[in-house]
Ligand binder design. Structure first.
Ligand code: ADP
Length: 677
């Protein structure tokens, strides 16, 4: 026993060294590279996101450049067309304007073409402006002054207030008047009729005046005066429907630019129309549309006025900003609303770029002229400088749906993370499995080392016994025949133990190598089991250990290798005795049960803890605890039992309570009927 620890420690040292090596190899070749790969993968992931952002930026920058080029080309085309425009009087036929300009001219308030001709200004399309810019407003010459007949009629009307006389006089004058004088006379007649309270006649006269060839009366077109007076008459007569019709028609003509008025006059009449129309809800919708158009035209007129005061490329005012494409001498200019371009040309140019993009064009001063500036900086926005001729611009461009880009980035990130996670899980799982296998193998290596030393001891003790007993018998030191017999019996027992040990080791090695063969035959379990029990009981009787056997007369036959199965039961019985120190007695019971038989070996020994119960059938495994250390054993018995029982198509189970004892139960199927026959 004193030599016991040395081979064990040697075994342990042997097993730990490769263990450490394995851990080293594992850390070096799996854990470390895994961690490094993980870090690299995370970096790559981050870079991937950065690259994706960068790519978006570059793409947007390219688009901004394209848009800039497109804008520059369009601006150049417009400038060129304006510069080369020849006929101010009929620019439509003689000048080929780019589509952008044509569209703007076609939309009221969106654009105007101006051409200086002598002291005046030609406007295309005619009536594009609400009023004549101040710098160009000219006072027209009035028709020649009063004849003697007219002076008399006016005196009747104005000084003597003889309206009837005046009416007669005016009518007489009208009858003989030339076409140039007629409107003036009609105006006076209508005015006098109104004063005389002959409203219907007055209205008829104003109607006539409104249709006559217009002349200037008091600096105003005669037809405009007539229309205004007609509205006023309708108002006076409380003719609501008539007023609405008249005023609406008047406002339409006014906003169409039928009369070229200066700003104050235009605003005066426009205001009057507004006040007339505000009283007539019937025309409200139509009026609203007209108002909107009027606003645009007023803004365009204001921009034109501002441009004429100081020509420049961008004119900004209350009604928005305007581009001016112009040529100095003789002055030609196209003034175009940026609001119009921003809603027609700009989206077209953007959609040509392909993707869903938003963009804004701003002047160097920060005025947004096309597209609307975002309230807060949008994600992925890119800004590019642009210079067209001498003017500096900024183009800011950004994706219309940044969520798509974010989603794409998120998706890539999620995918990479998933792959990374999977790899991590695989590494962890692989590591866990490796560690488990390695630990198990190390344990087996240790147990194997223990096994060698244990088996040597197991062999040594029966051999020593046999040697001593036979020596004593040989020397004739034992003379008492009863004693001699006892010694011989002990020698036989020890030899049996040795033989069983050798048999166990051989069986084990055969099983390990898969060479174990069984010779199955139909066995009558009752007889066979009684034989096993009686052999065992005889051996135990020497040591005074009772074996209680309970085997029914009849048990269903089984197909078995009697010797192998006997050795399995024997192993259980041996264990029951070995692990019941001080407790005298073991129990062997057999019973028929559904489909086969049950053989139980019971003891009242030390019992087996639950954790040990799970492993006692493993080869070389020996449960912990003081007793196992003291009791001899190689940890082979139960693994052999399990192997044999399994080969017989049976199962083995163990129930146990620490300190109370254990029951090992073998269940075997009965032999098929044919075999029995
Ligand atoms: P050995 O008995 O040679 O150690 P076995 O394979 O027969 O090997 O048994 C494995 C372990 O199971 C034993 O070391 C012992 O701890 C435990 N064991 C087996 N049978 C019993 C029993 N009847 N009572 C208590 N423990 C037992």
């Amino acid at each position: 026993m004193a030599k016991d620890p040395s081979p064990r420690t040697a075994g342990r040292r042997l097993s730990l060294a490769p263990g450490r090596k394995l851990v080293g190899v594992f850390v070096l070749f799996i854990l470390l590279p895994g961690a490094v790969l993980g870090i690299i993968a995370l970096r790559v992931l981050r870079q991937e996101v950065a690259i994706s952002r960068q790519r978006t930026r570059e793409n947007l920058e390219r688009r901004a450049d394209e848009l800039g080029r497109e804008l520059e080309a369009e601006f150049r085309r417009c400038s060129e067309a304006v510069r080369s425009s020849v006929s101010p009087t009929s620019p439509n036929q003689a000048n080929a304007f780019p589509a952008v300009l044509e569209e703007a001219f076609a939309e009221p308030g969106a654009g105007v073409f101006l051409a200086k001709s002598g002291p005046g200004l030609e406007v295309h399309p005619p009536g594009a402006l609400s009023y004549v810019p101040a710098s160009l407003a000219t006072s027209r010459t009035e028709p020649g002054r009063a004849s003697a007949g007219l002076a008399r009629a006016e005196s009747l009307e104005l000084a003597q207030k003889d309206y009837r006389g005046a009416i007669r006089a005016y009518r007489a004058l009208i009858a003989t008047a030339g076409p140039g004088e007629k409107p003036g006379l009609l105006h006076r007649l209508a005015r006098t009729l109104r004063k005389a309270g002959r409203l219907d006649e007055s209205a008829a006269a104003y109607e006539q005046l409104s249709r006559a060839d217009p002349v200037r009366i008091g600096g105003l077109p005669s037809d405009l005066l007539a229309r205004s007076e007609l509205c006023s008459l309708a108002e006076e007569r409380d003719d609501g429907a008539g007023l609405a019709d008249q005023a609406l028609a008047f406002f339409v003509d006014l906003t169409r630019g039928t009369w070229s008025l200066d700003k104050p006059r235009y605003l005066f009449y426009a205001d009057r129309c507004r006040s007339w129309l505000s009283r007539s809800p019937a025309a409200a919708d139509e009026f609203e549309d007209l108002r909107a158009m009027e606003e645009r035209k007023l803004a365009l007129s204001a921009a034109t006025e501002a441009f004429l005061e100081g020509p420049r490329s961008v004119i900004s005012g209350d009604g928005g900003a305007y581009f001016a494409f112009w040529h100095e001498d003789p002055l030609r200019a196209a003034i175009i609303s940026t609001t119009f371009l921003g809603s027609s040309w700009w989206p077209q140019a953007l959609s040509k770029l392909g993707d869903d993009l938003r963009a804004v064009l701003t002047t160097a001063g920060g005025l947004a002229v096309m597209g609307s500036a975002p309230s807060e900086p949008p994600p992925f926005a890119v800004t590019r400088d642009l210079r067209i001729d001498d003017t500096a611009w900024l183009i800011q461009i950004w994706p219309g749906r940044p969520e798509a880009i974010f989603a794409d980035i998120k998706q890539r990130r999620a995918l990479s993370l998933a792959v990374l996670g999977l790899v991590a899980v695989l590494i962890v799982f692989g590591s866990y499995a490796t560690i488990r296998i390695v630990r198990r193998e190390l344990e087996i290596a240790r147990l194997r080392a223990d096994f060698v030393s244990t088996v040597s001891h197991e062999f040594r003790s029966p051999l020593t016994g046999i040697r001593q007993l036979s020596g004593m018998l040989l020397d004739g030191r034992v003379t008492d025949p009863a004693k001699q017999r006892g010694y011989y019996q002990m020698i036989v027992q020890e030899s049996d133990r040795l033989a069983r040990l050798v048999e166990n080791v051989l069986d084990f090695s055969r099983m390990e190598e898969g060479r174990q063969e069984y010779r199955f035959e139909t066995l009558s379990p009752a007889a066979w089991l009684r034989k096993v029990a009686s052999d065992f009981a005889a051996e135990m009787a020497v040591n005074g250990i009772p074996v209680e056997v309970s085997i029914p007369e009849e048990l269903p036959p089984i197909s078995a290798d009697g010797q192998a199965l006997g050795s399995a039961v024997r192993n259980l019985l041996d264990n029951a005795v070995k692990y019941s120190p001080g407790e005298k007695g073991v129990w062997l019971e057999a019973e028929a049960e559904a489909g086969g038989i049950r053989i139980s070996v019971r003891d009242k020994g030390v019992g087996i803890s639950e954790s040990d119960r799970r492993r006692i059938f493993d080869r070389f495994y020996r449960a912990g605890g003081e007793l196992s250390k003291r009791v001899k054993g190689a940890g082979l018995g139960l693994s052999l039992v399990r192997h044999i029982v399994a080969a017989h198509g049976g199962t083995i189970a163990c129930e146990s309570r620490v300190g109370a004892g254990s029951i090992f139960t073998i269940r075997l199927p009965s032999a098929p009927a044919i075999e029995r026959g």
